[in-house]
Ligand binder design. Sequence first.
Ligand code: NAD
Ligand code: UDP
Length: 326
Amino acid sequence: MSLTRKRVLVTGGAGFLGSHLCERLLREGADVLCVDNYFTGRKDNIAHLLTDPHFEAMRHDVTFPLYVEVDEIYNLACPASPVHYQFDPVQTTKTSVIGAINMLGLAKRIGAKILQASTSEVYGDPTVHPQTEDYRGNVNTLGPRACYDEGKRCAETLFFDYHRQHQTQIKVARIFNTYGPRMHPNDGRVVSNFIVQSLRGEDITLYGDGGQTRAFCYVDDLIDGLMRLMATGPDITGPINIGNPHEIPVRELAERVIRLTGSASKIVHRPLPQDDPMQRCPDITLARAVLGWAPTVALDDGLMKAAAYFRQMLAESQERQDRLSA
Ligand code: NAD
Ligand code: UDP
């Protein structure tokens, strides 16, 4: 690694958000070390970065200690979609909690700044709306989402204890629903599901009556928010909400995706999953004031970019199948 460039570790760097973050960091002149166990991340997400001499990819599971020398750590390693994090819930909690302990231990030893990718899920099914950072949340500790929600809550606790006990420089970002190119097409999240279903002409699976709300942030905006938070001085720790406050019912998202992709798909209803939050929307007053940050990409524009990515991915996979069967 170069002596003059900032050395940055991104855990979960081969995932959806991580790969965009690695790309942006490289563009801004950093030396980037991407650490991932490829549970939900894909080598394809970072393949285009491998020829850059300032990029390095390492297969590693953050539940085991890591010994490297860097200036900053972005801790993103953790499956984020409900389907993936509920696949092995014990491992999900271990990744959040033991992963946080290992990365905080590393930050403490080498004196690095460390940012945690926390989540709006720390608010659970919120009774305060929109959610402000001082709201303490409404999480069911026993439900199927708890492995993720409680793991992330405990990680926040660890970050603040390392800060108080060891003066570790921490930054905690509470990320709200984010979408864009490189989401896993089968990860079950609503934006990827609806777009892929629309492009294939399949039924759009709307859970419940679709009256539950979410607010969707385009990936470029989100990455900008994370990097601004990392650049703040030592007195800024967060937690700080990063998301787009444009809230819509999930039913409306389905209708928009059908319209934007020109699809003939029909909406079909499926049961609402247990503990599915009925409403979610970030209050970003703090992010505006402290980071000078607000999202800039309109939902329809972002959905079109995501749809273009999935359209190309589906076409490439069809071409591969055609070649194999020829
Ligand atoms: P993702 O599943 O695409 O990426 C997570 C990455 O972490 C993957 O590359 C995966 O292989 C890796 N990983 C998982 N367990 C690991 C382990 N034990 N060791 C090393 N690597 C491991 O998800 P994403 O959407 O990119 O989310 C990134 C982070 O942001 C997560 O921590 C997630 O909780 C947080 N977040 C995301 C959103 C969102 O809407 N995308 C919202 C809130 C919070
Ligand atoms: N959802 C849906 N159909 C799908 C996938 C998800 O109606 O095919 C709903 C889900 O019930 C939730 C919202 O969309 O209310 C967002 O789901 P996602 O899994 O993307 O993230 P969450 O915000 O629940 O973590």
